[in-house]
Design a protein around this ligand. Structure first.
Ligand SMILES: Cc1cc2nc3c(=O)[nH]c(=O)nc-3n(C[C@H](O)[C@H](O)[C@H](O)COP(=O)(O)OP(=O)(O)OC[C@H]3O[C@@H](n4cnc5c(N)ncnc54)[C@H](O)[C@@H]3O)c2cc1C
Length: 416
């Protein structure tokens, strides 16, 4: 098989880039190792920056018809005090809210929308297992399919295969680890029909939890100190559920409204299989390219879950890549210098976002998770943001639109 561009990985970066290159008429294939997109507990937060991209592609109306919940005000309880971290209604944006949508719906939507581009092919159940070299140049990938191993020759290979990227590893690209003090345990808790949309970040001495409204259930993220999963499990499932149950009523204004969480929050977690570990990492590549190869999305920079920005940065990388490279790809593989233009454009937003995540980790999360604390004082910056509403617009801008938001400028076939 021979293509102009082979994208490894059908996550947000790969599917968006595949769509954009197909839209530009480039001969492109996206390889996804799974048979479908259905995997629970992935980034489900579609921010205003991504909604704007969908708008610019003319996809927004269909997209917003898919079931989702909307969030504008990011509220929390910190050591018993109410705080407001961001207010997206203050944004001067077409879509001033975060849409919570299962990632598989988002990816399926992109896949279905891209079917009209004859030059775009998505191969599910196809796992890249090695790179093909032509001297110093990466000349495609070797992939495992249900029919056997195939070679896909490509002028340009783009690694969108996430934070455990085999492509970047085979290309020998070095990862710079920045580190994170926590891991996250994810689980579901069902809820009653009358509850309204909201995110509650709850912080108590030694404990932290975030709950996302997902329509008929809450998606809960319980934050633990790094590497403590085995210790949490050793205390037993009952103790874990009790901690969650104890945490909620202590921190909620309206315990009655949240009662269904308490009931089902415990009953939904029937075994440790219902609790998924996210090993939090912050890292980035120093070099995103080799001749014939580019890495973007989590493959180039894993983000902390702080702010829920991972999906949106991956989409922004895809838009920048198409803007910078689609026209050049029409006539062959861009030079490594031209490929590196993507890093030059996207590295600053990535570094700035990771810097802010590290500040939040060190000043809020590490403080909250410190064992043995008797009481928690709301950090000064949080008190300021809560007290001064326009500051809630600044944090909303940083979270919702990000640093250097991208707009779609890549070429499009007539009628698309
Ligand atoms: C538990 C969890 C919760 C998260 N919560 C949030 C959140 O709330 N908000 C947010 O914005 N971000 C969140 N993230 C991060 C977010 O999911 C990622 O930042 C984002 O999905 C990155 O997109 P990507 O396309 O670069 O990589 P990925 O989404 O990781 O996609 C990579 C794709 O490549 C495929 N793949 C991997 N290897 C191969 C191979 N060898 N061959 C073919 N295909 C391959 C994978 O199956 C996958 O589909 C979360 C992540 C996790 C794990």
């Amino acid at each position: 098989m021979k293509v102009r561009c082979c994208i490894v990985g059908g996550g947000p970066a790969g599917m968006m880039l595949g769509y954009l290159l197909g839209r530009a008429g480039i001969d492109v294939v996206v390889l996804e190792k799974h048979a479908d997109f259905f995997r629970d507990f992935r980034g489900d937060t579609v921010h205003p920056s991504t909604l704007q991209v969908m708008h610019e592609l003319g996809l927004i109306d269909g997209f917003l018809k898919l079931p989702h919940q909307r969030l504008q005000k990011m509220d929390g309880m910190f050591g018993g005090a109410s705080v407001r971290l961001a207010d997206l209604s203050r944004l001067d944006a077409n879509y001033p809210f975060i849409a919570f949508m299962p990632q598989w719906d988002f990816l399926n939507f992109l896949r279905e929308s891209g079917r009209r581009f004859a030059s775009l092919k998505v191969m599910m159940n196809t796992e890249a297992i090695d790179l093909i070299h032509d001297g110093e140049t990466i000349a495609g990938v070797r992939a495992k399919t249900p029919e056997g191993v195939i070679d896909i020759q490509a002028d340009l290979t783009i690694a969108c295969d996430g934070r455990h990227s085999i492509v970047r590893e085979r290309a020998g690209l070095a990862v710079e680890e920045i580190g994170a003090p926590m891991d996250v345990l994810w689980f579901r808790a069902g809820k009653g029909t009358n509850e309204t949309e909201s995110v509650f970040a709850r912080v108590e001495p030694g404990k932290m939890m975030v709950t996302f409204d997902r329509g008929d259930y809450w998606q809960c993220a319980y934050v633990i100190p790094k590497g403590r999963t085995d210790a949490v499990k050793a205390e037993g499932l009952r103790a874990f559920c009790k901690t969650i149950g104890d945490m909620l009523p202590a921190l909620l204004d309206d315990v009655a409204r949240m009662a269904p969480i308490l009931k089902s929050g415990v009953s939904d977690v029937k075994s440790w299989d219902d609790v998924k570990l996210l090993t939090v990492a912050i890292n980035r590549l120093k070099r995103w390219t080799r001749p014939g190869l580019l890495c973007i999305g989590d493959a180039a920079h894993a983000m902390s879950p702080v702010g829920g920005v991972g999906v949106n940065l991956a989409v922004q990388d895809a838009v920048a890549t198409a803007n910078l490279l689609a026209a050049k790809l029409a006539s062959g593989c861009p030079t490594e210098g031209e490929l590196d233009a993507v890093r030059q454009r996207r590295e600053f937003p990535v570094r700035m976002t990771q810097r802010m995540q590290v500040i939040a980790q060190n000043n809020i999360i590490s403080v909250a998770l410190k064992p043995g604390g008797e009481s928690l004082r709301v950090p000064l910056v949080m008190r300021l943001i809560t007290a001064v509403p326009w500051l809630q617009g600044i944090t909303a801008r940083f979270i919702g639109l990000g640093v250097r938001p991208e707009h779609v400028h890549s070429p499009a076939l007539e009628g698309s």
